[in-house]
Design a protein around this ligand. Structure first.
Ligand code: GUN
Length: 295
């Protein structure tokens, strides 16, 4: 029987742990973590994500500071705000919602965030620490959530073959580095497939654990998966719903109906990786609070 991995239920379990942790911190130290989220402009999807981050923060007892700036905000105005938040000891985590308007250079903005407040884990210092395996850093939320789902569904990770399809800076590359580390939550053999891989199926068929993060609807078919593999689908694609003319639906990068016939466990879309991402952001915010207060 294939297990459908319930990302929402796992995210809820982790939320309860964080909630307790935050209450304990407040009791012991008289203060609680604060997350600042900056939104520039009015991209519809970003507005939804930022609202969800605020709602989850509040649910867990984390202070939420939401700063919404006009689309016309200049790069230097945004940098000034980041510098102010960097030096504000009441702010523990800073997240600038991406994408930014095209007149602002995302790399310059990411590099300006103090690495000890970079709860997105996008700063080169945090990425470098991830490669080395240093613990006082932040792992970006989507690969961190994938690791949590893998750990909970693969009993002994040592020597397992993890194949990742997609080499983005946000998912593929950090996940490969996380799962390569020599510890009990990783220790995998890691292969990354990308746009220059001529026969992706040749590699994916060797995967004990398959993670797909490419943004191509239904790309991974049954004949590309080893029977018994654990499959984690990071893709979120909106396509026409053939059963409901004029309507659309969300699907992943994995052809769920057929791959779920042979996988031992698989994440659905929606309801798999998605709910994990925000929860890992909250975990990072609590970690930032601890690091900054040397707790
Ligand atoms: N936009 C879409 N996903 C993310 C994310 O994980 N972090 C930030 N900062 N922006 C995003």
């Amino acid at each position: 029987m294939t297990k459908i991995i319930d990302g929402k239920a796992i995210a809820n379990e982790i939320k309860q742990e964080i909630k307790k942790d935050v209450a304990k911190l407040e009791q012991e130290y008289g203060k609680k973590p604060t997350l600042a989220v900056i939104l520039v402009g009015n991209d519809g999807a970003s507005e939804v994500y930022v609202r969800m981050k605020k709602k989850t923060s509040e649910e867990l007892g984390i202070n939420s500071l939401q700063i919404t700036l006009d689309e016309s905000t200049t790069q230097s105005e945004l940098l000034k705000l980041i510098h102010e938040l960097n030096s504000d000891t009441n702010v523990n985590g800073i997240l600038v919602q991406l994408p930014l308007p095209s007149h602002i250079d995302e790399n310059i903005i990411i590099n300006a965030i103090d690495p000890i407040k970079d709860v997105d884990g996008f700063h080169p210092i945090n990425l470098g620490k991830l490669v080395i395996g240093s613990d006082d850093s932040f792992v970006s939320c989507t690969p961190y959530g994938c690791q949590e789902l893998i750990v909970r569904n693969v009993p002994d990770l040592k020597g397992k073959h993890l194949v990742i399809v997609g080499r983005s800076n946000i998912v593929g590359k950090p996940l490969a580095n996380i799962m390569l580390q020599k510890n009990e939550r990783a220790n995998c053999i890691v292969t990354i497939c990308h746009t220059a891989t001529s026969d992706i199926g040749y590699y994916t068929r060797q995967a004990d654990i398959l993670v797909v993060a490419v943004g191509k609807a239904n790309m991974i078919t049954k004949n590309m998966v080893k029977p018994g593999a654990v499959v984690i689908d990071v893709g979120i694609n909106r396509i026409d719903d053939l059963h409901n003319p004029g309507k659309t639906k969300l699907v992943g990068d994995v052809k769920f109906d057929e791959v779920s016939e042979i996988a031992s466990a698989i994440t659905p879309v929606p309801g798999g990786v998605g709910p994990m991402t925000i929860v890992m952001l909250m975990k990072n915010t609590v970690k930032a609070f601890r690091l900054q207060n040397k707790i």
